[in-house]
Design a protein around this ligand. Sequence first.
Ligand code: B12
Length: 220
Amino acid sequence: MSTRLTNNLIELEPDKVLSEVEERLNQGEDPILIFEECKKGMELIGERYKKKEYFLAELMLSGDLFKEVMELIEPYLGEKKTEGEIKGKIILATLQGDIHDLGKNILASLLKLEGFKVYDLGVDVDPDIIVEKVKEIQPDFLGFSSLLTITFDPMKEVIDKLKEAGLRERLKILVGGGITTQLVKDYIEADFQTIDAVEGVQYCLEIIKARVEIKARGGI
Ligand code: B12
């Protein structure tokens, strides 16, 4: 997928990017499709950084621009569900050493739209804080957002500590973020991995649905 919007984002042309996003949203286009084109642009900016064609300054500019795009897109994503309809609780965090948060914030917005109560612990979070929060909140899900390889071990540490504390079993653990793969999921022993926030939300909805069905049949 390479579109004018993707290319303008890669070339860091804020005026062109924002005016096209606004125009297409006004015309009623699916905001998720517009988002996907921008996400592709961010991946390609990452490629340029890797090849040393772009530097930290460009990463920072792209981060700011993407944030502005999301501010335009968010109001078009849908109506938030009301408090009474909470489907489940989820803790989100980006681990120690990693301050990337754009993807995590998108996931948080989509989860809220679907009626989940989201406890976003933010970025650069210490593993022990996450374990404490799981004890306190007793969520249905724990989601790690990971954009740096240095977070793999801290994520594993959280899961190991949750096992030791007897908190792992009922909890479903998701891991996402551009650099994650099934291998990362297996390494840290999470339950689900994706690089697509919509898939993450779908997974949470399916788990909740299955639990409701089991309960209705008289299970635990
Ligand atoms: C923008 C950006 C930045 C911005 C971040 C701004 C911000 N507020 O987040 C800034 C400038 C701060 C930055 C800094 C750095 N960055 Co940077 N950055 C990027 C870039 C270009 C885009 C990331 C992004 O936001 N993408 C858009 C979002 C929407 O995509 P996403 O995060 O993947 O999220 C989607 C899904 O994955 C999913 N998702 C995300 N989280 C979760 C969680 C769950 C549970 C689920 C279900 C789903 C889910 O939902 C989203 C929507 O679908 C990437 C390139 C790339 N390929 O990703 C490099 C990249 C991540 N950065 C990189 C590096 C090296 C750095 C720096 C170390 C550079 C430096 N020399 O200082 C620093 C590190 C700072 C730190 N300590 O964290 C490397 C990481 C390499 C590695 N393997 O570890 C990358 C891959 C670039 C590269 N190719 O080398 N960066």
